[in-house]
Structures are given as structure tokens and as C-alpha cells.
Design a protein around this ligand. Structure first.
Ligand SMILES: *Cc1c(COP(=O)(O)O)cnc(C)c1O
Length: 384
């Protein structure tokens, strides 16, 4: 048998549920491609497809219009001076951490920071100090916590941390901390702030300058309707020369970006979706209203929404004692919820979870959200 036959027999063309289901997976909601991006994916799918007219620097390519995107549209969209497209939010964070610090420096993270923030700091050989949150049920991160953490670092190491990071919102509860206050608190100690906008850039209006952030990162496949891995990194003028330092041997190549980043279909899908993404951020108030409406409906059935209340983001975390109780006594056990939702063409809550789970209402729309609400109602009644 030929290799391609073996490969296809083993892996097949796996039919993807999410394409025709109502998808409430937080990870996937904001990364669903626009029609334009889907076309771009095919058109630019060949390896190194964007390099036809490249003279050595990705963001200077005029055709396709990567230059105008990276140096015009994106800085305005993010409210920052300099932008680069990277291979993901984590790559953006690592580039900042690595260039802004030396081994052994401290970085301050909100305790509910994404694992990729921890791992990026570890890869950059940094010491991590965390800002605790208020714990169950709100998990609120207070700006004063940053002052406390920074002062602890100063006491212990004799100097302020090299960098602070705020996850905005965090990836578990969808909490939006007071970023402006966190930024001004950090700046009182001359500590620059990195805003991790993996769940905000491309979903909601966010402007680094207005919030006072020195760095902002976003994720194309998480929130910008792009086929990843692809991300964005915004840097204020003040730190641009540090983060985007060029190689002494290859003088147009930026070291932290390893000379080049999204060199093909990934950046083209981001560009293709961008007009739609800009438009959808202007619909944010409606998204928040949908999220609150949905949360209220589920709470009416005995579920409890953890985190900010009222909620300000589409990413929501629920505690569901009523579903957990059912899982304890039905034949399908803890898989009942996944299976019963799947039977109603709803995808996105991890198989096996009943007691705690997160979901997203982003871009689902009231009609389909009603279908989801009705499904929960039916499922709970069915096992009463
Ligand atoms: C998904 C996520 C990331 C990782 O984004 P990548 O672009 O895949 O690196 C980082 N931070 C948060 C809060 C996330 O939710």
C-alpha cells in the first residue's frame, strides 16, 4: 500500500463536528474563519507563499499588503506604536520577556495567568512572582496586588521586577481586571506592563495606549478569525528598539522573531478576516448583553456563574451541581452532558465535564443561544 493510502486510512478526513454544530467552545469561537479567510487559506496555502516579493523583511512586503497591515491598520487597531505579526500570543510574550530581561530577573504575573505566560517566563529563565486573586467565587485580581508583589520583589532582590503581566481577560473565568489601574500601579515603580489580550484582541475594543500598557499581545487563532498559529505583538516606541533589535550579522533580521514569523497562509487569513474582525469589535456591547442573558438563563436552572458578576465577557465559567448530581446516577455517567448536547448538535463543553466547565457565547447570536438554553433545560428535566 502506498504511503498516502496508509495515512488516509489511519487518519482519514476526520469530519469536524464544529463546522455544522452550534459551537460554544471558548477556544474556538473567535477563531472560526470568515469566508474571506477560508478562501485565503486555499489561495495562500503553499509554503512560503507570501515571499514572492520579499526583500528580507516580512512586514515590508508590499504585495500582498502585509506592510500596510502591520504598519498601518494594526497599530491603529491595537493603540500601539510598533506591531509585528508573530506565530501566536505565547511567542509574542516570550519575545518581550526574553528581550526585556536578563536571566534571574523577576516577572510579576497575575496568578490566573495562562500557562503560556508561566512557560514563556521559564523559557526566559525568569523568577516568577504572582499576584493572588480573591479566590472562589469571584477570582478578582486587584491592582493593589501588583504593588504588593512589586514591593516584595524589591525587598528580596534589591530592584523592581523587569516586567509585569496582566491577563485581560484571564482564560478561565473571563474576568476583566482594572487594567488602567494595574498599568498606573506598575508605572509608579517604573515596571513596564504587558497586557495579554489573547481573549480580547479581535473580540472587544482594546487600546493599549488608553489602558497604559507598554506591550499588548493577541492571538489570531483564538480571537481574530485566523488560521493559526498566528499572533500579534504591539510595543510602545520606548521599548521597540529593545524588543525588535536587529541581528549584528544579518542586519535586517529581528532577533526575537528569529528573523521571520508568519510566512504563509496564517498571516493571510488574519489579513483576510481583519475588516470583519474590526467590525465585530464594535458589536461588543451586544456580545456582553448576550453573555449576561445566557448566564441568567443558566442560573435560573441552578447553575452558578463564577467570576465577574455581572459578567463583562463572552468567556464564562459555570459550576453546575445539578448536572454533577445527575452524572452520579445515570448510566452514561459523567459523559451524559457531552452526549446529550451532541445529540442536539451542540459542541464545545469538554467531554466528561459536568461539575465545572467553561463556554463562550461569542458570535453565537441570540437564536442559537436560545437553542443551547433550551437544550440545558430539556436535559435537566429529562433526568429529574
Ligand atoms: C489561548 C491563550 C493563550 C495562547 O495563545 P496562543 O496564540 O495559542 O499562543 C495565551 N493566553 C491566554 C489567556 C489564552 O487564553
Amino acid at each position: 500500500m502506498a504511503l498516502d493510502d496508509i495515512f488516509l486510512q489511519k487518519f482519514g478526513y476526520i469530519e469536524r463536528g464544529p463546522l455544522n454544530a452550534i459551537n460554544i467552545d471558548p477556544l474556538q469561537r473567535g477563531g472560526i474563519l470568515t469566508d474571506e479567510a477560508r478562501r485565503a487559506l486555499v489561495q495562500w496555502g503553499d509554503g512560503y507563499s507570501v515571499c514572492d516579493f520579499c526583500s528580507g523583511v516580512l512586514d515590508k512586503i508590499k504585495k500582498p499588503p502585509i506592510h500596510d497591515f502591520v504598519h498601518g491598520a494594526l497599530p491603529e487597531f491595537l493603540g500601539t506604536d510598533e506591531v509585528r505579526v508573530t506565530n501566536g500570543a505565547r511567542e509574542s510574550k516570550f519575545a518581550v520577556m526574553h528581550s526585556m530581561t536578563v536571566e534571574g530577573d523577576f516577572v510579576v504575573l497575575d496568578q490566573i495567568a495562562h500557562y503560556t505566560s508561566y512557560v514563556a517566563a521559564q523559557r526566559a529563565r525568569l523568577n516568577i512572582r504572582t499576584v493572588p486573586n480573591s479566590g472562589n467565587p469571584y477570582y478578582k485580581t486587584e491592582p493593589e496586588g501588583y504593588a504588593t508583589a512589586i514591593e516584595e520583589v524589591i525587598r528580596e532582590s534589591g530592584k523592581p521586577p523587569a516586567l509585569a503581566l496582566l491577563t485581560y481577560p484571564d482564560g478561565n473565568y473571563g474576568n476583566l481586571a482594572d487594567a488602567k489601574k494595574v498599568a498606573s500601579t506598575c508605572h509608579e515603580y517604573d515596571v513596564p506592563l504587558l497586557l495579554n489580550g489573547a481573549y480580547s484582541v479581535g473580540r472587544m475594543p482594546i487600546n493599549a495606549k488608553e489602558l497604559g500598557a507598554d506591550f499588548i499581545v493577541g492571538s489570531g487563532h483564538k480571537s481574530m478569525a485566523a488560521s493559526g498559529p498566528v499572533g500579534v505583538l504591539g510595543v510602545t516606541e520606548e521599548y521597540a528598539d529593545i524588543v525588535f533589535k536587529k541581528s549584528p550579522t544579518h542586519n535586517v533580521k529581528e532577533i526575537e522573531l528569529l528573523g521571520c514569523t508568519a510566512r504563509g497562509a496564517t498571516i493571510m487569513t488574519m489579513i483576510a478576516s481583519f475588516p470583519t474582525v474590526v467590525k465585530r469589535t464594535r458589536n461588543w456591547d451586544n456580545e456582553v448583553a448576550d453573555a449576561r442573558w445566557f448566564s441568567e438563563k443558566l442560573e435560573g436552572m441552578g447553575l452558578i456563574q463564577i467570576g465577574d458578576r455581572p459578567h463583562n465577557h463572552d468567556l464564562m465559567f459555570f459550576e453546575a451541581p445539578v448536572l454533577f448530581e445527575i452524572s452520579q446516577r445515570v448510566k452514561k455517567g459523567r459523559y451524559f452532558l457531552y452526549k446529550d448536547l451532541k445529540a442536539r448538535n451542540i459542541h464545545g463543553i469538554k467531554a466528561g465535564l459536568t461539575k465545572f466547565f467553561k463556554l463562550s457565547t461569542f458570535g453565537v447570536g441570540r437564536d442559537d443561544l436560545k437553542v443551547v438554553v433550551d437544550a440545558f433545560d430539556e436535559i435537566i428535566r429529562k433526568y429529574e
